[in-house]
Design a binder for this molecule. Structure first.
Ligand SMILES: [Fe+2]
Length: 204
C-alpha cells in the first residue's frame, strides 16, 4: 500500500487526562486508518500513488476529476493527522520558545494572543474542520481555519500547527464542550516539535 498510518511515538494513554486513551485509540487507529485506506483505494494503480501526502494535500485540484474529492478528503485527512500526532505529546503545554516564540511575539502579539486567536478559530469553525497556525505570505505567521480535511497547503500556506476540531477528536470526553477540549489541547502541544517544524519551514 502506498500510504500508512504512522506509529505514534507515545502510547494512547500518554496524553491523559487531557486527551483520553480511548479517543486516541479510535482517532489514530480508526479515523486516521480510514483516511489512509480510502486514500490508497482512490490512488491505487495511478501515478498519484507515488506522490507524497503533502503534494496530494496541496495539489489535489490538479488530479483527474473522478479522484479529486476522495483525494481532497482522504489525502488531507492523512496529511493533517500525521502532522497532528507529531505536534502533541506527553509533557506538552507551556509556550513556544526560540525562533517560533520570538516570531509569535513579533508577528502575533505574543502567546496569549495566539492562543486566543486559535481558540476563536476553532470555536468559529461550524461543523468539522481545523484551526491552524500557518506560515503565509512573506513567511509570516497567521491563524486560520479550514473546513473538513482541507489543508492550508492548498491555499499556498504552510501549516505549522493544526488543531483538529472534528467531534471525533473530543466527543467521548468533552461531548459538546469544544471550548474545554481546546483548553485541554494546549496542555498537550509539543512546542519543541512545533518550533522545529517552524524553523525547518523558515530555512526551506
Ligand atoms: Fe481527526
Amino acid at each position: 500500500m502506498s500510504f500508512n498510518v504512522p506509529d505514534l511515538r507515545y502510547p494512547y494513554d500518554a496524553l491523559e487526562p487531557h486527551i483520553d486513551a480511548q479517543t486516541m485509540a479510535i482517532h489514530h487507529g480508526k479515523h486516521h486508518g480510514a483516511y489512509v485506506a480510502n486514500l490508497n483505494k482512490a490512488v491505487e494503480g495511478t501515478e498519484y500513488a507515488s506522490w507524497a501526502a503533502e503534494a496530494l494535500a496541496r495539489d489535489w485540484a490538479k488530479l483527474p476529476e473522478g479522484m479529486r474529492a476522495a483525494v481532497r478528503n482522504n489525502g488531507g485527512g492523512h496529511y493533517n493527522h500525521a502532522l497532528l500526532w507529531e505536534s502533541i505529546g506527553p509533557g506538552g503545554g507551556g509556550r513556544p520558545s526560540g525562533s517560533l516564540g520570538a516570531a509569535v511575539d513579533r508577528e502575533l502579539g505574543g502567546f496569549d494572543a495566539l492562543k486566543a486567536e486559535l481558540v476563536k478559530a476553532g470555536l468559529g469553525r461550524f461543523g468539522s474542520g481545523w484551526a491552524w497556525l500557518s506560515l503565509g505570505p512573506g513567511k509570516k505567521l497567521l491563524v486560520e481555519s479550514t473546513a473538513n480535511q482541507d489543508s492550508p497547503l492548498a491555499e499556498g500556506r504552510s501549516p505549522v500547527l493544526g488543531i483538529d476540531v472534528w467531534e471525533h477528536a473530543y466527543y467521548l470526553k468533552y461531548q459538546n464542550r469544544r471550548a474545554d477540549y481546546l483548553e485541554a489541547f494546549f496542555k498537550v502541544i509539543d512546542w519543541k516539535a512545533v518550533g522545529e517544524r517552524y524553523a525547518a519551514l523558515m530555512e526551506a
